[in-house]
Every structure is written in structure tokens, then in C-alpha cells.
Design a protein around this ligand. Structure first.
Ligand SMILES: [Zn+2]
Ligand SMILES: [Zn+2]
Length: 478
């Protein structure tokens, strides 16, 4: 595998400034500030011994935790999150975004007890040539994984076991029938990421449901490992395979596979999987590593609202630029629920990326709020990058207008985290707040931001890339 680690380390060592709104860290959360791992022990020495050249003497090997306190459920949502929603639902206040969002959630076709699974033996996302399947069929697992999650969540909130039973039936049906994910190209790894991540979260909610027979649950665990984890690990370990550089696949690809490994790792209590995610996010060579996903240091917002930072995909298009936000936010929250602070890493670098992306895409009163965005040129797959074929290379010189205004779930999660866990000021979360506020309303009516199956995101493929339902699960106040 090609190494771009020298440049990454250079960026990491440059970022040791004090956070303005990063503390206090909650008890047990690991401080990911480079060279200051509060939750682990540091060892002197020069990294993995494979360093070339000088300049890395400041890097010390980080000791990843040997275990985690798995307080289930602890993937995307926790028992506290569910308790908060139950309180809101019981209060039935029509001006409470959580209550209104729950009403919207209950209308999702993926959250109804009559839902039936449509499993297939071979999942194809991408070119079906040679797969034995006539064409792409990943829509089946896309919808069913979402249904498994939404039904499990509805059971947790409502207490009605018919939803848990329906969810279990979906998961069992797939584990019984499905043998593999495949394609004649790498698009299959998008499915492995997005849907693996959703399935892991569904299973995590159901893990203690007494109606899920232990032999069925064991079969499901085996299925997750053989069909999903194997794909996710291969993608993360090989960065998409031979003939490409480590940054060829855009951030959202690796983020999705990291999110899947994290969700499934939590469900399986597999520390090695969790630490693989941790290591790849913190110091990996791929596009999902924090300093490749956000390639440049945050800068002060020219309008005076905190810090901003472009992402690797900001110059590509905003459909993907916003996908990075949703994937990254949900990944950060899963890590947080285990006591790992991706959110605060590198002086809240993720917040700066969210602020940048929000500022460019948000329309608080129906119109954009900025005409120009700072942008540092970004070279994608240029000569010397390590890709065999560089015909797809690009030089980004400005933020991309393509897909500007794209909405995706996640902004209430981001806002609540930085506002209520990191105690950020209004300026520091200014654009994130605007986007969260925009999404709580649909055509002027309070609906709460939802996810797949709601009136806003519907059943288009992009609605299933992330889990969503952030207003319902994470809204904690204005
Ligand atoms: Zn390339
Ligand atoms: Zn390349």
C-alpha cells in the first residue's frame, strides 16, 4: 500500500493549538489531541519503524484502548436518547420538535409493523456483469435495513413488541438467505458501508430483545461477519484495492465502511474492529482519516462566525460534500458513545468542516447567505498519486456549485453535540445551527428533520446513505 503518511504527520504535528470550545471532556472520553492521548499511555519512539526521512520525531505511538465499556445500546443512540424521546412523546406538545418528529417518523413506510422483507441471495450494487444477477438489486437491502432500524427504534420508543418482532423477522430473513455482496466494480463497497452500518445499528437496538431467539441472533452475527465485516475490512485495509492511490476513493466511501465497522463492532463487542476504526480515523492513510477528509487547517470565518474548513469533497460537489457531513457526524456519535472523542479531535476540526459546508449550502430564508467561500486548491489523483490510470484526476480551485443546497440529515446531531457537550458559543456553531433550524421545518411547518421514508427524503437512494432522524433522537433545545 502506498504511504502518504509523511504529509499526514506533518499536518497532525502542526495542529496542537488549544481548543476554544472543546472541553470539558466527559468522563472517560479519550482525548485525541495528537501526542496527548489522555485515555492511553504514550510510548517513546519513532512510530512503526517504517518512517522514511526526518521530521517525524514528534510522533509517538498511540496506545489504543484494550477494551471498552459497552453500555448497550451504544451505537448511534443510547438509552438516554431513547428516554428523552419517550418523555417528549408522552408530553405530546405540538411545538416540541422531538414530539412532532416522532409523529412524522411513525408515518414512515419503514416503521410499520406490517413491513415484510425482500431478501436476495446475492446483493449487487454496481456493474452486475458476471455476478449471475441481471442487474443491481441493492434497493432490497437498502429498504430492509432501514426498516429493521426504524422498526427497532419504534419498539424502543413505543414499547410495542410488534415492531421488534417485525424488525427481527427482517434481520432473520436476510441472514437465512443472503450469501454475499458483489459487483463487477467497487460500487459494492458503498452498499457494504451504508447498509452494513444500518444493519449494525438495528441489531444493536434489538440485542436484548427476548423475542430474538439466541440461535437466530448467533446466525445473524455470523452473517454480519462473513458478508459485511469482511467487505468493510477489505476496503479499509486495502483502500479500494490495487491500481489506485490511498486517496482515490473519496471520503464518503471510507467513512461508510468505517461507520459499518464501528456499528457492527459495537454490536459484537469486538474491540479490534472498533480500534481499526479509531486508528484509521485518527491516523490512517485513506480518505476517511480526519486529516485527509479535512485536508487543510481550519481558518477563521471571514464573517466572524467561528472556524471553517473545506472537506476533501467540497470542490467535487455538494451532494457528496453534505454526505461526508452526515456520515462523519453519525460515526463521531457512535465513537462518542463508546468514550472516544472524534468530535473534538484536532481542535474540533469536524466542527469547522460542518460550519464550512453549512455556510455554503444553507438557505435560512430561502436564499443562500454567502457569495464566495475561501478555498485552498486541492489536487485529486494528479500525476504521481499512485493511481495506474489518472484520467479521472482533477484540480479543484473553487468550492463546487454542483448540488448546492443539498439537504441531508445530521444537523441537529451536530448542533446538539457542540452546543451541549462541548459548550460552544453561538458564533462557533453559527452555520450549523442555521442548517439545523432550516431542516426542522418542511414548507414552513414544524416536522423535524427525518430520514428515509419521510416526506422530505422519501425513498430515493440517497435517503438511505445515512440513518438520520436526528431531530427526534438528538434535539435538545434551541
Ligand atoms: Zn485515482
Ligand atoms: Zn490517485
Amino acid at each position: 500500500m502506498k504511504r502518504t503518511i509523511l504529509s499526514i504527520l506533518a499536518v497532525m504535528t502542526a495542529l496542537v493549538c488549544a481548543a476554544s470550545c472543546s472541553d470539558p471532556l466527559k468522563d472517560g472520553v479519550v482525548d485525541l489531541t495528537p501526542n496527548n492521548p489522555g485515555g492511553g499511555t504514550e510510548q517513546p519512539g519513532g512510530g512503526d519503524g517504517g518512517n522514511e526521512g526526518g521530521g517525524n520525531t514528534g510522533n509517538q505511538e498511540f496506545q489504543y484502548p484494550a477494551g471498552y465499556d459497552f453500555v448497550h445500546p451504544c451505537a448511534l443512540v443510547t438509552a438516554d436518547d431513547i428516554a428523552r424521546v419517550k418523555t417528549s412523546v408522552a408530553s405530546a406538545n405540538a411545538s416540541d420538535p422531538v414530539y412532532v418528529s416522532y409523529q412524522n417518523f411513525c408515518k414512515s413506510p419503514y416503521a410499520v409493523a406490517s413491513y415484510k422483507a425482500s431478501p436476495v441471495e446475492t446483493i449487487v450494487r454496481g456493474d452486475a456483469t458476471g455476478t449471475g444477477v441481471s442487474g443491481e438489486n441493492y434497493g432490497n437491502i437498502m429498504r430492509d435495513a432501514s426498516a429493521a432500524y426504524q422498526l427497532a427504534l419504534r419498539w424502543k420508543i413505543s414499547g410495542e413488541t410488534k415492531y421488534a418482532d417485525a424488525s427481527v423477522a427482517v434481520l432473520n430473513a436476510w441472514a437465512d438467505k443472503c450469501k454475499k455482496i458483489t459487483a463487477n466494480d467497487n460500487n459494492q463497497y458503498l452498499c457494504a458501508g451504508f447498509q452494513g452500518y444500518t444493519l449494525g445499528n438495528a441489531a444493536e437496538l434489538l440485542r436484548d430483545y427476548e423475542g430474538w431467539a439466541s440461535n437466530d441472533q448467533n446466525d445473524f452475527k455470523t452473517w454480519l461477519r462473513t458478508v459485511w465485516v469482511a467487505k468493510n475490512e477489505w476496503f479499509v485495509d486495502n483502500k479500494g484495492g490495487s491500481g489506485t492511490c490511498d486517496l482515490h476513493y473519496w471520503s464518503n466511501w471510507e467513512l461508510a465502511n468505517l461507520a459499518s465497522l464501528m456499528a457492527i463492532g459495537i454490536y459484537l463487542e469486538d474491540v479490534a474492529l472498533v480500534n481499526k476504526v479509531y486508528r484509521n480515523f485518527r491516523e490512517g492513510t485513506g480518505s476517511g482519516a480526519i486529516n485527509n477528509m479535512i485536508p487543510y487547517d481550519p481558518i477563521p470565518d471571514p464573517s466572524g462566525h467561528g472556524m471553517i474548513a473545506q472537506s476533501m469533497e467540497s470542490g467535487r460537489d455538494q451532494g457528496h460534500g453534505t454526505l461526508v457531513i452526515s456520515m462523519c457526524a453519525e460515526l463521531c456519535q457512535m465513537a462518542w458513545n463508546l468514550g472516544i472523542d472524534f468530535w473534538g479531535m484536532e481542535d474540533n476540526k469536524v466542527l469547522a468542516m460542518c460550519q464550512y459546508t453549512a455556510k455554503y449550502n444553507v438557505k435560512p430564508t430561502g436564499t443562500y447567505i454567502c457569495t464566495t467561500m475561501p478555498f485552498t486548491p486541492y489536487s485529486y489523483c494528479q500525476p504521481g498519486c499512485g493511481c495506474n490510470n489518472q484520467s479521472h484526476g482533477a484540480e479543484h480551485t473553487v468550492v463546487s456549485e454542483a448540488g448546492r443546497g443539498t439537504i441531508r440529515p445530521g444537523w441537529d446531531l451536530i448542533y446538539s453535540h457542540y452546543k451541549y457537550e462541548k459548550n460552544c458559543s453561538d458564533d462557533e456553531v453559527y452555520y450549523v445551527k442555521l442548517f439545523a433550524e432550516q431542516l426542522r421545518y418542511t414548507n414552513g411547518s414544524l416536522t423535524g428533520d427525518g430520514g428515509s421514508g419521510d416526506s422530505r427524503y422519501g425513498s430515493a437512494s440517497g435517503a438511505f446513505d445515512q440513518i438520520g432522524w436526528g431531530t427526534m433522537m438528538f434535539y435538545k433545545g434551541e
